[in-house]
Write a protein that binds this ligand. Sequence first.
Ligand code: PLP
Length: 287
Amino acid sequence: MGRIAYVNGRYVRHADAAVHIEDRGFQFADGVYEVWAVFGGRLADAPGHFARLKRSLGELRIVPPMSEAALTVVLMEVLRRNAVRDGLIYLQVNRGVAPRDHPFPDPPVPPSLVITAKRVDLAASDARAARGVGVVCVPENRWGRCDIKTVGLLPNVLAKQAAKEAGAVEAWFVDDLGLVTEGGSSNAWIVDADGVLRTRGIQANILRGVTRNSLLGLISDAGLKLDERPFTVAEAKGAREAFITGAGSLVLPVVRIDGANVGDGAPGPVAKRLRALYMSLARGNAA
Ligand code: PLP
């Protein structure tokens, strides 16, 4: 069965899916997106992702293309048409199509809506988590509103390309104070030398990760010690464990930072436990 995408009201062959050349997402990155993990054909952490989508749209004053209930119907239909049981579903809303001019179109134009889905091999994802992955550190060079999930991802693209060229899978942005902000497409965590879980607070210029938020609940239920405080690269390199979270990475142990082993260079017990807890929560709460 060929892949199917949803584009502005139509289900089309993936190969034919296209938006207009004057779509503002294409010309200005004037759009937002969301990504849900999918387990058993259902959306993981659905409410958190819908809430963030609403917030991102509101911050940019883009009119929601349809209600959450209607969006859910379309998302489920895209999953069905692509026969995705375990995977990822991507949704993008752009401000719409208008003659190129920086200010918002006046009067407003209808937003564009694009949805695609793909399968993920969960066994391969688990195998990668069992090995752990490497990250590289790059200078933070993004704008000051990384809490909005916009499609303006060029710094993330360059950072993740640098990671790939170094044989790593993620890049960690590091601010002027030497503190890790987050990953190119994930939130960053360590278990510090005292055994305390550390991740940067959301009041900072980072994406409010939905996976991160779910993990906070699991950490508190498990009685683990947490300090929402940023960490330096040196602290991460000297940490007992490190890991990243996101709809794509789920909970993924980090075993190398800039080529140096974290701990003994193998995934640690806290990250492994949190991955297991998160997988069972996400499978259970998938709606
Ligand atoms: N930070 C960035 C920059 C991201 O792009 C992502 C996800 O794509 C995350 C964090 C993790 O967010 P979530 O857990 O909601 O997928």
